[in-house]
Design a protein around this ligand. Structure first.
Ligand SMILES: [Zn+2]
Length: 356
């Protein structure tokens, strides 16, 4: 199973200059390779293949020595990226490849990161031709498994996306089981009665975001102050996104450590967002991400992950009786078996029951 971890990096001024230069040179190469394909196609009815273009890189370095400052793998990947764009186009999955301006060329990739030790120095990542760049890994990851490093510039900050392949662990014996119900009022409720709330700082950040957005909309269009206000809004957006990911990682890790079988409802989060006026809080809650984090952590630690058929979990009792209730009724009270409990806890119990 392939996973991607994103961490913030803090290049020095000098390193940042090199990073920007790498982006600029890659972008130039990408656009030149696209142009070459178009010219050859017009002249000979056949564009050069990706391999042909890759084989021309040494000649390019002779002609334009500045390209020696970019890692060879990175340049190869840049041409591969163009080839992939064409493949998507011919496969009907995307439009015709565009020439890229600065705004749309924001990352480059070391495609064979496993060939070199990039994580020898604690707190740093080694990026060939750039140097040891300070990296904040806000959770533990298996650096030996990283096989691809993508460096990205986003909203004034630098990040690395580390791709690794997680080996599935051998299945553990199933002793403890849990069902999880995701909700709007509480982030998630477990069948053992545990309630997981959205962290308080989400609300704090959200209020701050609303305030910044109001300030932004009051600024005159095209003014410097408006740009500044916009930058503030994006920065906070990023901060909230990172806080949320952190929360989702920690929460899913805790559950996977504690339980051997984890059952969730196979909700179509996408459809819920489309159809619901509560779309914002659903998207904010990040359930889709949460469920995918649970799933890959289960694989990693040999735990069993089960998605049960959705629907009706809030209207059913574990005894099988139909117990209808609308959203305002918070307590489940079964007339048949007499079970009285929090409605979300009962839903989580029903989810677990469906998985067993
Ligand atoms: Zn019942």
């Amino acid at each position: 199973m392939i996973v991607v971890h994103r961490f913030h990096i803090e290049p020095t001024k000098e390193q940042e200059q090199k990073l920007f230069q790498t982006l600029a040179l890659c972008r130039r190469l990408y656009n030149a390779a696209l142009k070459q394909r178009e010219i050859c196609y017009r002249q000979r009815g056949k564009p050069p293949s990706c391999t042909v273009q890759k084989n021309e890189l040494p000649a390019l370095k002779k002609e334009l020595p500045e390209y020696k400052q970019v890692n060879a793998q990175v340049l190869q990947d840049c041409l591969q990226r163009l080839d992939n764009a064409f493949e998507r186009f011919f496969g009907g999955l995307a439009g015709y490849p565009h020439y890229k301006d600065q705004v749309h060329y924001r990352s480059f990739t070391y495609p064979q990161a496993d060939k070199q030790d990039h994580f020898k120095k604690p707190g740093y990542i080694y990026l060939p031709k750039i140097g040891y760049v300070k990296m904040k890994a806000h959770f533990e990851f298996d650096s030996g498994k990283v096989n691809r490093i993508n460096v990205k510039y986003h909203n004034g900050k630098w990040y690395v996306n580390l791709t690794s392949e997680i080996q599935e662990a051998e299945a553990v014996e199933i002793v403890n089981k849990v069902g999880i119900d995701v909700g709007l009022l509480t982030f998630a409720v477990l069948s053992d009665g545990t309630k997981i709330d959205n962290p308080k700082y989400f609300h704090k950040s959200e209020r701050k975001l609303a305030r910044l957005q109001r300030q932004f909309s009051r600024k005159k269009k095209g003014s410097n102050n408006r740009e500044k206000a916009k930058a503030k809004v994006t920065r906070l957006h990023d901060k909230i996104a990172n806080q949320r990911k952190d929360f989702l990682h920690k929460t899913s890790y805790g559950i996977v450590q504690k339980y051997d079988l984890i059952a969730v409802e196979g909700l179509s989060v996408k459809n819920m967002i489309k159809n619901h006026h509560l779309s914002k809080s659903i998207a904010d809650a990040g359930w889709g991400k949460f469920i995918s984090y649970l799933e890959y952590k289960c694989l990693k630690y040999g735990k069993k992950f089960v998605k049960v058929p959705p629907g009706g979990t809030s209207q059913t009792c574990i005894c099988g009786a139909h117990v209808p209730k609308d959203l305002s009724i918070r307590v489940h009270n079964c007339p048949e078996c007499g079970l009285i409990a929090d409605r979300d806890v009962v839903s989580a119990m029903v989810i677990l029951q469906r998985a067993s």
